[in-house]
Design a protein around this ligand. Structure first.
Ligand code: C2E
Ligand code: CA
Ligand code: CA
Ligand code: CA
Length: 280
C-alpha cells in the first residue's frame, strides 16, 4: 500500500468541539465586556538610565471579569484577533491610553512620561483606515503625535502590503514605530531595511540570561549594536533583576522595562526609581 503522506485527517473529537464552543463563548463574552466596560488599561514604566526617570510607559489591557477576576490578555487577545473584535477593543485601548497620557501631561508637566506605547495587532494594522483612526485618537485627546508609539510585531508586518503602508502613514503623522518582541520573529534584520522603525524592543528571552556569558548575551549585545548603528532606540524587555539591568547597561542599553522597575498598574509612580542599575 502507498505510504500515507501529508496531514492526517482531522476528525471531529469532543475536545475540538469543546474548544470551538469555548472560542464562541469567549468571543460573545468579549463583546459583552466591551459593552459593560470591563476592560482596563494598565501602564508599565520604561526607565531611562542612568537617571532612573520613567521615560515612557507601555499600555497593556486587562479584563476585569465579574466572575473570573482579572483575565490575562494572553487568554483573550488571540480570540479577539480571530473574531475581529480586536479592532473595536484596540481602538478603545488606543483612545484610553492617549487620553491618559494627555491627563498626566496636564497634571505633572515635565514629570510626566514623554511617551505612551500602545500594542497594535496585525488585524488592526491591516485595515486601510488605521492611520486615520490613530489621527482621530490623537486629535480628540490633544496628545502630540510624537508622544505616541505603536508596538507592532515582526509577524504583523512580515507580509508587507497594507500593514507597511499604515506604518509609513503613522510615521508621516509623527507617531513612533516600535518593533515588539524583536529577535523572536521571522525575518528580524531584513525587516529593518523595508519597514520604518524607531524603536526596537528586545525580547525578554535575550534578557533572561544576560548575566551569564553565553549565546543570549552575544545576541543581546549584537541587537544593541544593530539598533544604535541604525539610529534606533533599543528597549530591553522583561528586566527582573538588578544584575540583569547592570549587564544590559554595560552592553549599552539605556532603556529598560520589567518587573525590576515596576509591574503594569493603573496609576504608576513616576518619581525617580531608586533601583538605578549601572549608574557611574
Ligand atoms: P508584550 O507586548 O510583549 O507585553 C509584555 C508582557 O510582558 C506584558 O504581559 C507584561 O506584563 C509582561 N512583563 C513585563 N515585564 C515583565 C517581567 O519583568 N517579567 C515577566 N515575566 N513579564 C513581564 P501582559 O500584560 O500579560 O501581555 C501579554 C501580551 O498580550 C503582550 O505582550 C501583548 O502581546 C498582548 N497585549 C497586552 N495588551 C495588549 C493590547 O492592549 N493590545 C494588543 N493588541 N495586545 C496586547
Ligand atoms: Ca508590547
Ligand atoms: Ca514585547
Ligand atoms: Ca510578547
Amino acid at each position: 500500500a502507498a505510504k500515507q503522506t501529508g496531514e492526517p485527517v482531522r476528525r471531529w473529537t469532543p475536545a475540538l468541539d469543546e474548544r470551538a464552543g469555548e472560542f464562541v463563548r469567549l468571543g460573545a463574552e468579549i463583546r459583552a465586556a466591551l459593552d459593560q466596560d470591563q476592560f482596563r488599561v494598565v501602564y508599565q514604566p520604561i526607565v531611562e538610565l542612568p537617571s532612573g526617570r520613567v521615560a515612557a510607559v507601555e499600555a497593556l489591557v486587562r479584563w476585569e471579569h465579574p466572575v473570573r477576576g482579572v483575565v490575562s490578555p494572553a487568554a483573550f487577545i488571540p480570540v479577539a484577533e480571530r473574531n475581529g473584535l480586536i479592532v473595536e477593543l484596540g481602538e478603545w485601548i488606543l483612545r484610553t491610553a492617549c487620553r491618559r497620557l494627555a491627563e498626566w501631561r496636564a497634571e505633572l508637566g515635565d514629570a510626566a512620561p514623554r511617551r505612551v506605547s500602545v500594542n497594535v495587532s496585525a488585524r488592526q494594522l491591516a485595515r486601510p483606515r488605521f492611520a486615520a483612526t490613530v489621527a482621530a485618537a490623537l486629535a480628540d485627546s490633544g496628545l502630540p503625535p510624537a508622544c505616541l508609539a505603536v508596538e507592532v510585531t515582526e509577524t504583523a508586518v512580515f507580509e508587507g502590503g497594507q500593514a507597511v503602508i499604515a506604518l509609513h502613514e503613522l510615521r508621516a503623522l509623527g507617531v513612533r514605530i516600535a518593533l515588539d518582541d524583536f529577535g523572536t520573529g521571522h525575518s528580524s534584520l531584513g525587516l529593518l531595511q523595508t519597514v520604518p522603525v524607531d524603536i526596537l524592543k528586545v525580547d525578554k528571552s535575550f534578557v533572561d540570561q544576560v548575566t551569564e556569558a553565553g549565546r543570549h548575551t552575544v545576541i543581546a549585545e549584537a541587537l544593541f549594536q544593530v539598533s544604535s548603528g541604525l539610529g534606533l532606540v533599543a528597549v530591553a524587555e522583561g528586566v527582573e533583576t538588578a544584575a540583569q539591568a547592570e549587564a544590559l547597561h554595560r552592553l549599552g542599553y539605556r532603556y529598560l522595562q520589567g518587573y525590576h522597575y515596576g509591574r503594569p498598574v493603573a496609576d504608576p509612580d513616576f518619581a525617580l526609581t531608586s533601583a538605578i542599575a549601572g549608574q557611574s
